[in-house]
Design a protein around this ligand. Structure first.
Ligand SMILES: [Mg+2]
Ligand SMILES: [Zn+2]
Length: 222
């Protein structure tokens, strides 16, 4: 008898973690994991400022294809996202968690596991006094990368960050990762990072061109 069932393993997704809260110190030996850190808004999903309703999620073109390439190449996939909407009082951490669970499920349904979602809720102009301050986790600072590296035993020098803004690339460089930016014209013109047209192209760049030697790249393709 042939059973007409879908036998793909059911994938799950990782937790939403405030990068700025101190974590239990990890006694890991030499970090060996490789990660691709992923900016969220404008890189994976359409950027709708301060939006935390799951219904508003719209995955950008070629993101599924690109993430599959990266996962198949053995990279941990970790989202790192500034969420000043929390400091500004637009939404809370529960709404953010719900949003990320929805996003994680969308990717899991496409065979892609997001290992974790790190966020920084701070902003100097926030309305919530306890969150209205500068933070080393808010990109372009590299705190989120350091926190994730500690949690997962990641070798930052063999890891990448895909984003859409120069601030993403600055965070990567400050953290010792190689940056790639997708798309916008405003990202061009700085030779310290690579700029490509689509997310899938960024993934191909990592898995084919750059994967063998993950030093910080300075080539800007035409
Ligand atoms: Mg972005
Ligand atoms: Zn923070």
């Amino acid at each position: 008898m042939v059973l007409d069932v879908d036998v793909r393993p059911v994938l799950t997704w990782g937790p939403t973690i405030c990068a700025c809260r101190s974590a239990a110190p990890r006694r890991s030996s030499c970090p060996t994991a490789r990660a691709v850190f992923l900016d969220r808004d404008g890189t994976l999903i359409v950027d709708r400022p301060y939006q935390a309703r799951p219904e508003a999620i719209e995955i950008l073109p070629t993101v599924f294809e690109g993430l599959r390439l990266l996962a198949d190449a053995g990279y941990l996939l970790i989202i790192v996202t500034n969420q000043s909407g929390i400091a500004r009082g637009y939404f809370g951490t529960r709404a953010l968690r719900r949003f990320h669970d929805h996003l994680g499920k969308i990717f899991a349904d496409h065979g892609i596991r997001i290992a974790a979602f790190y966020y920084c809720p701070h902003h100097i102009a926030g309305r919530r006094p306890e969150l209205a301050r500068p933070c080393n986790c808010r990109k372009p600072a590299p705190g989120m990368l350091f926190r994730a590296a500690r949690d997962w035993g990641i070798d930052l020098g063999r890891s990448w960050l895909i984003g859409d803004m120069p601030t993403d690339a600055e965070a990567a460089l400050a953290g010792g990762c190689s940056p790639i930016l997708v798309g916008p014209e405003r990202a061009r013109g700085d030779r310290r990072w690579t700029v490509v047209a689509t997310f899938e192209e960024a993934a191909r760049w990592i898995t084919q061109d750059g994967g063998s030697d993950c030093a910080i790249l300075r080539r800007v393709p035409e």
